[in-house]
Ligand binder design. Sequence first.
Ligand code: FE
Length: 338
Amino acid sequence: MKSKVFLISLLAAGTVATVSAQEKVLNLYSARHYQTDEALYANFTKQTGIKINRIEAKEDELLERIRNEGANSPADIFLTVDAARLAKADELGLFAPVKSKLLEERIPANLRSPDWFAFSTRARVIVANKAAVKAEDVQNYEDLANPKLKGKVCSRSGSHPYNISLMSALIAHIGEAKAEEWARGVVANFARTPKGGDTDQIKSVAAGECGVAVSNTYYLARLLRSEKPEDKRLMEQVTVIWPNQKSFGAHINISGGGMLKTAPHKESAVKFLEYLAGDDAQRYFADGNNEWPAVASVVVKNPALDAMGKFKADNLPVATLAKNAAAAQRIYDRAGWK
Ligand code: FE
């Protein structure tokens, strides 16, 4: 009798699992948390009838969670920022390759890998204090290592993915030896031990505590769009410089995502990735964080981004950033860029 009950409950459990796998559902693990994303997801459900269950947390927490859940993870899609983080997920073997004609047509080849796709881009630019540093002295990333800037350079940690990806790009363009020499030069110019995020660097540059720093564009755009008088004053103190316009262009990073190998709803997952490459979704996805759409034909009207002007972007494949990430971290460690 006992074994019969056991068998019945097993069958029942099996039935539930089958039903849930066919349900029109998508389990999304996202490190994005912008208010505009609500409309983005609601629109997907309206178009496809697929309901989105969303879990939002910090990038590294989500990665850890997916790893811990293993084969039983309910996650279908992992969305995050930075090529280095996507590379980490890829290295851990978490993604499944996605073959989609639509994605291949819409997302430029340098902004995708077989396993993940970029949906928006951001640039890493130089921010200088107008009074303390001459703009012509900091036109290139390489200039940050010039002894002229001794005691003037501020930075966030060398272990942060944004700086890892910047170093990965430098390795690709100038080689490991020169990239390490550069890192040592920048460290020798530090005004203080690395601390804080990009916005903290901008604030310190505006306050004159630092002469120059680098920042992602969306932090600057956020300050430029701010109505707060203190933010307006802050932005009046700084110059934003598009780096390396006469060589390889400003370093570009991405936000993006991929389908997980263990995804229980693979069909929904591919539909969602394709949806994110659509015109409306691209606009929402990028503009929600003051970024640029990955799909070239999509135009965003963003006064802050427009105010920063046109620029030459580095078109290095983001997969290369991912590939060089480990070497980049080793260089920062050897150079003492904490
Ligand atoms: Fe950020």
